[in-house]
Design a protein around this ligand. Structure first.
Ligand SMILES: O=C(O)CCC(=O)C(=O)O
Ligand SMILES: [Fe+2]
Length: 326
């Protein structure tokens, strides 16, 4: 049984009055949505062990094959969830120019990924230490200048470098995942649910049993182009000093060994075989954050390679080659 989430009341004295966020309309277009499995946590309370076992089996397949999973009935009501959107909307509507400047994302000095980021034209240079954090992002309605500069991409294709990421499912469809059939597909909206996205650290630690799936953010479908998109995301941190190594002592790896078909795990295995030192969690995320580019900026570490007629972006971090669909 999940413990009830019981935050302080919204109308406590001294709290600002926050206007409710109204979910924008979903896309009515006929879209070939990504098909994700759902983990309904309330099933864990079911007295029938076969029903619970079914959930466990679904979970295992979703973790290994999809890496993107809907989570439902996790102990937070849709009203409580929407309050987080109210607050995010309030933040973006009320933040002053002075606070934008004071809190401007400055990884070189703050050493974190947190901070206010403009629509484009990020100032970051080098050396940030990415920690787990909660992000309230506002993707503005499609803008001709940004569209032309970024060619419709709002965040370049990537795998999250941490353990798990919790994305609040949102009505404006911009998030796309790269399927096993090498096609980008939009993630559909499932009101009130969280989209759990497995990151590279977990793929590595689990010896490839958990799949980190590539994803990106693009302009929404044609009927949503004029809507702003609020996106609330919780990134889970990992211990910076740990090496990006599988947890060989885990009962699962002892029993089944490592699962060799996947991205990050396979790349790191090659590194080990070549005798190159395995980076720590901190080194791995720092090198990636330092290289994070807004799609409107040049990305000097990117190389285009063509494999079997398909164009890929190749990046190289600490001797590991990352291949992303272009
Ligand atoms: O805004 C989204 O839906 C996804 C953002 C994302 O993939 C990221 O920040 O890592
Ligand atoms: Fe991501």
């Amino acid at each position: 049984m999940t413990a009830p989430f019981n935050p302080p009341a919204a109308d406590l004295a001294g709290k600002p009055k926050v206007t409710p966020w109204v979910p924008p309309p979903t896309s009515k277009l006929d879209i070939d949505w990504a098909k994700l499995r759902t983990i309904d946590l309330s099933i864990l309370d079911n007295p029938d062990p076969t029903v619970v076992q079914d959930l466990v089996d679904t979970c295992r397949v979703a973790i290994r094959d999809d890496g993107f999973i809907f989570l439902e009935h996790y102990g937070i009501s849709i009203e409580q969830l929407h309050r987080q959107f109210d607050i995010a909307q309030y933040l973006h509507q009320h933040i002053s120019d002075e606070d934008k400047e004071r809190l401007h994302w400055n990884p070189d000095e703050s050493g974190t990924f947190a901070g206010w980021k403009p629509m484009w034209g990020w100032r970051s240079k080098n050396g940030p230490v990415g920690q787990g954090y909660f992000r309230q992002a506002l993707y503005y309605a499609s803008d001709d200048v940004v569209h032309a500069k970024g060619k419709g991409t709002r965040m370049n294709g990537h795998c999250d470098f941490g353990t798990t990421t919790m994305l609040f499912s949102v009505p404006i469809s911009s998030l796309q995942i790269w399927g096993r059939d090498e096609q980008w597909r939009y993630v559909p909206y499932k009101p009130g649910s969280l989209v759990i996205n497995i990151g590279e650290t977990l793929e590595l630690v689990s010896g490839g049993h958990f799949r980190a799936t590539r994803h990106r953010v693009v302009d929404p479908p044609a009927d949503q182009l004029s809507s702003d998109r609020l996106s609330l995301v919780l990134f889970q941190a990992s211990e910076g000093d740990l090496r990006m190594e599988p947890a060989y002592q885990s009962p699962l790896l002892q029993r089944e060994g490592c699962f060799d078909s996947q991205g990050a795990y396979r790349e790191f295995k090659r590194l080990r075989e070549r005798g190159v030192p395995i980076p720590t969690n901190r080194q791995w995320r720092e090198v990636q954050i330092a290289d994070a580019h807004h799609p409107t900026d040049a990305a000097p570490n990117d190389k285009i390679v063509v494999k079997e007629g398909k164009r890929f972006i190749q990046r190289e971090y600490l001797g590991v080659n990352i291949l992303l669909p272009a």
